[in-house]
Design a protein around this ligand. Structure first.
Ligand code: ATP
Length: 925
């Protein structure tokens, strides 16, 4: 009789699908086994329990409960438990008690199963084969991580994501203009990095009003479930560092700054990737840095990957911009004065490059200017010169900025000004600030005399039922407006301001968004002007105007963003004759900032700030101010358009590259294989599925499921679609791609199980000799390496299919898997046994033939993968080294990391090993 000891691992002889069992209790007559992978428990009577002990030997591969891949070096016995001495992928030696072995261990030994007559239906063997093919396709795909997101294929976003995610520890500033999809770009980058294992611990920090939107976007578009940390959650986790309890964390900068304990824990959070949204709030000057800045600097110092997001990188001036770049690379951006000098030095070169961009030849002066940077230009075509300039461009490698001008599809915007009489009470005795914001200077009674109130009531009536978003500076104005609208006109308004908590704000935004019973208007304080998505509305009311032009653009960007279907109507009421009119004219006639983005606005504002202040105080100076602003902004816009911004844009989006990405994703989308594959899967597991209207499927647990649950399938079922366009218009349906968690988990479930690892089929086909044997063997070559190395790029788990005949020849090339359809013998145990016993010896030698062939094939695979890796990383290294000589943006650590990566990959690929995954004996006749 076997001696059972708690902690030992056993396998059911008759129900292998239960998975790997763990002895949890034993007495003289019974043993209790828990099968944790399938959530089952069984009690067996002793002594005849139908169980086989799991005994691994040196050289075998195993995974522990923490997911570490280990190779067994030797085995010892400690009071009835096997203790395996193992080596992990980094070469460290560890001891592994058998009780700690991953419950989902693949303990299948296909030849033993086959020989002992434990057979599965053919369709499982078939599904195993298809699963490996799917996995190989995914692992080797150049668009891995970009396919599974529920996003439209917008070229500039895909290119930025592919470029950034490719880098070792990317540290970049994503600075596309407002509403062009920075959140989507960040999501794509982290989706790809998570999927390939390059990142596991991700921290996203946003301003508080954007928390929920991020949470929802990550879940809905990328299937990423972030844990939203606030004070309550932090306090409820008793771990020494509560952040370590979750891998993907979202929290607000506001909360972190308030809580010293949370700040300490956050900095110790061991993140792989840090994302900071609305990063222009991180204030820095040469003499001081804000607490927010200092916190992010601490985090950025300890985190390999950093993405900073801002639509208005220079909102708080050039120094602040430099400060943010410094967070990304403190060595490169060490000194503000040299940064400014370098930038100034660069402008004429970039202006010269603009000639090339326009297809014009370089004049002598421009040629000399560029040659001074690039060396001899003889023999170089325009494309090469531009390429080199891009590589050496000042902030090129760390900053990406796309502008609306380069992205088609925005419907445009119209300005609708409304001059209104300024009440006498506002004019008398008020200073400029008070006249500019009378609603804040005159107490709650302001709404009784302010003409903007009646105007608003009238506008709402006229536009009903169209929705309006109103933005003003202060929460008090929002509250006063809400009251007066209700009192005077019976209009209910939703409000959104900083004194509401996050749930109240989200509720208000949803109330406004609701098409059926939502409010017509949402009254927002400035807090609503950042990051939020309100593009379902087409009317924006600017109840007052901010002084900072970036803030104005943020406000307009709530509606003028991707997804807007109509021209945005910008309604601006202002009080005529006073500073309100001056400010309006400054934007409307000086900067033309309402009708389109004015890239020059921050620079013009910086230069004419004092003149603006003077004209606000003395409105008669407005004409001169507006004229000056018009000339200056035209000039600066012209310079920007002709000069370095076009280089930056080109660097941020190279159409030929992004077109290739779009095409590759479209090819994957169009491939119908996935639907067919999943249907087989669902059929096998007893999951019900039926097609439903509008390119959708309804999938739900069946009455006779193979196991209690199917991964990622809720009890009530789901509606899903394989079609991207449908998924975009039906956001509550699952978008099923090969990167969807259900697909990945199902594949993992099958390949980790025993299902389909041994089968026996009789195939009647005139092409084959009567009663001869063919052995279909599925081998998998696997390179076990730490996931950050992305060894799968060069050698994904690779399926080797062999079809061995009795003479030892491999017929796999001539007879494809799909040709071997027949009658499987899993229910005819008697015939199966007779066959296996009578042909046992032959079978053993066929297995040996197969083994030899597979080993030889692995040598080739290893060699080819290593050569591919050396070539690719060698080229990348050469390029980086060449670049580092001329562009200080290339960090020395980047080069060292790449060299190290190449070395580690070479070692890992050399250890690629072979595993027999499944066997099928085909009897022809
Ligand atoms: N590829 C895409 N497919 C579908 N929707 C998209 C795509 N890109 C962006 N959007 C939508 O367009 C809007 C703007 O995108 P996003 O919020 O990422 O822009 P942003 O640049 O971060 O904006 P802001 O500057 O306001 O912070 C969002 O509603 C987003 O969901």
């Amino acid at each position: 009789m076997q001696r059972f000891v708690p902690g030992q691992r056993w396998i059911s002889e008759t129900q292998g699908e239960l998975g790997l069992g763990l002895v949890v209790a034993v007495d003289g007559r019974r043993v209790e086994i828990a099968y944790r992978a399938t959530g089952q428990e069984r009690i067996y009577a002793l002594p005849e329990a139908p169980l086989v002990r799991l005994e691994l030997t040196a050289g075998e591969h195993v995974r522990d409960r923490d997911g570490r891949d280990l190779t067994i070096l030797s085995v010892a016995n400690d009071a009835g438990l096997f203790i395996y001495r193992c080596e992990d992928v980094q070469g460290a030696v560890v001891a592994l008690s058998e009780s700690q072995i991953d419950d989902r261990l693949r303990f299948n030994r296909p030849h033993q199963r086959l020989m002992s007559g434990r057979l599965d239906p053919d369709h499982w063997f078939d599904l195993r084969w298809r699963t490996w093919l799917q996995g190989m396709r995914e692992a080797g795909s150049p668009v891995r991580g970009l396919v599974g997101a529920r996003v439209g294929l917008i070229p500039h976003q895909l290119e930025i994501a592919a470029e950034v995610a490719r880098r070792d520890a990317p540290r970049v500033l994503l600075a596309d203009e407002v509403g062009l999809g920075k959140t989507i770009e960040a999501g794509l980058i982290l989706h790809r990095m998570l999927l390939t294992g390059r990142a596991q611990r991700v921290l996203v920090i946003t301003p508080e009003p954007l928390l929920h939107q991020w949470l929802v976007e990550m879940r809905r578009r990328f299937n990423l479930r972030f844990a939203l940390f606030d004070h309550a959650r932090f306090a409820s986790i008793s771990d020494p560092n509560p952040f370590l309890a979750d891998q993907q964390v979202l929290c607000s900068l506001d909360w972190i700054i308030r809580s010293a304990a949370a700040r300490r824990a956050l900095v110790e959070g061991q993140w792989d990737l840090l994302v900071v949204d609305e990063a222009h709030h991180l204030d820095w000057s040469q003499t001081a840095a804000s607490p927010e800045y200092r916190l992010v600097a601490d985090l950025a110092e300890r985190t390999p990957g950093v993405l900073l997001l801002t639509a208005t990188p220079e909102q708080l001036g050039r120094a602040g911009h430099f400060g943010r770049l410094r967070l990304l690379d403190p060595q490169r951006f060490r000194d503000y004065a040299s940064f400014l000098a370098e930038e100034a030095d660069y402008a004429p070169v970039a202006a010269a490059a603009a000639h090339l961009l326009d297809g014009r030849a370089l004049g002598d002066a421009d040629r000399t200017l560029i040659a001074a940077r690039l060396g001899d230009l003889d023999g170089l075509d325009a494309e090469t010169i531009l390429q080199r300039l891009l590589d050496r461009h000042g902030t090129g490698r760390v900053m990406f900025r796309n502008t609306r001008a380069s992205i088609p599809g925005f419907p445009g915007r119209d300005l609708l000004p409304y001059p209104l009489p300024e009440p006498d009470a506002y004019r008398a005795g008020s200073d400029t600030a008070e006249r500019l914001a009378p609603e804040r200077a005159h107490g709650p009674a302001w709404s009784e005399i302010d003409p903007r109130v009646d105007w608003l009531v009238e506008l709402l009536r006229r536009l009903r039922p169209e929705k309006l978003l109103l933005i003003c500076t202060a929460a008090d104005t929002v509250l006063d407006l809400r009251d007066v609208l209700l009192r005077r006109a019976g209009i209910h308004a939703a409000v959104f301001h900083e004194e509401m908590d996050i749930r109240e704000r989200d509720r208000a935004a949803a109330y406004f968004a609701s098409a059926e019973d939502g409010t017509q208007i949402l009254l927002c304080s400035e807090i609503g002007s950042e990051g939020r998505n309100f593009q379902f509305a087409h009317h924006l009311v600017l109840f007052d105007l901010p002084l900072d032009p970036d803030l104005l653009e943020q406000r307009i960007g709530r509606l003028d963003r991707i997804g807007q279907t109509r021209r945005v109507q910008i309604h601006v009421p202002y009080l005529a004759g006073g500073p309100g009119e001056v400010l309006f004219r400054w934007y409307a006639e000086g900067l033309h900032a309402f009708s389109a983005i004015c890239p020059a606005a921050p620079a013009v504002y910086a230069r004419l700030r004092e003149d603006l202040t003077a004209a606000l105080a003395h409105p008669q100076g407005a004409d001169a101010l507006v004229a000056e602003a018009r000339v200056l902004s035209a000039r600066i816009n012209g310079e920007l358009a002709a000069g370095r911004d076009r280089l930056l844009e080109l660097h941020s989006h190279r159409p030929e590259r992004s077109a290739a990405l779009v095409e590759a994703i479209e090819r994957v989308d169009a491939d119908g294989d996935l639907a067919d594959y999943l249907k087989r899967f669902w059929d096998g597991f007893g999951v019900e599925h039926e097609s439903a209207p509008g390119h959708s499927w309804v999938v739900r647990p069946g009455a006779h499921m193979l196991q209690e649950t199917f991964p990622e399938l809720p009890e009530e079922g789901v509606t899903l679609t394989f079609d991207r366009a449908t998924a975009l218009s039906h956001e509550h349906w699952e978008f099923m791609t090969r990167e969807h968690p259900m697909v990945l988990a199902a594949m993992e479930l099958l390949s980790a199980s025993d299902l389909g690892t041994s089968a026996l089929t009789i195939v009647r086909d005139a092409r084959f000799k009567r009663a001869s044997l063919l052995l279909e063997a599925l081998y998998v070559a696997e390179c076990q390496a730490p996931s950050y190395l992305e060894a799968g790029r060069f050698l994904p788990p690779t399926l080797l299919r062999l079809l061995i005949d009795e003479s030892g020849a491999n017929l796999a090339e001539t007879i494809p898997h799909d040709d071997l359809q027949g009658h499987c013998l899993n229910h005819n145990h008697k015939l199966a046994r007779t066959l296996l016993e009578s042909r046992g010896e032959r079978l053993v030698s066929m297995i040996e033939f197969g083994e030899r062939l597979a080993r030889a094939a692995v040598v080739d695979l290893r060699r080819d993968a290593t050569a591919r890796m050396q070539t690719l990383l060698g080229e990348e290294l050469d390029r980086l080294r060449a670049l580092a000589r001329v562009n200080p943006n290339v960090r020395p650590q980047e080069i060292a990391a790449l060299e190290d990566r190449r070395e580690q990959l070479a070692q890992a690929l050399a250890k690629t090993h072979l595993r027999l995954d499944a066997l099928r004996l085909v009897v022809t006749g």
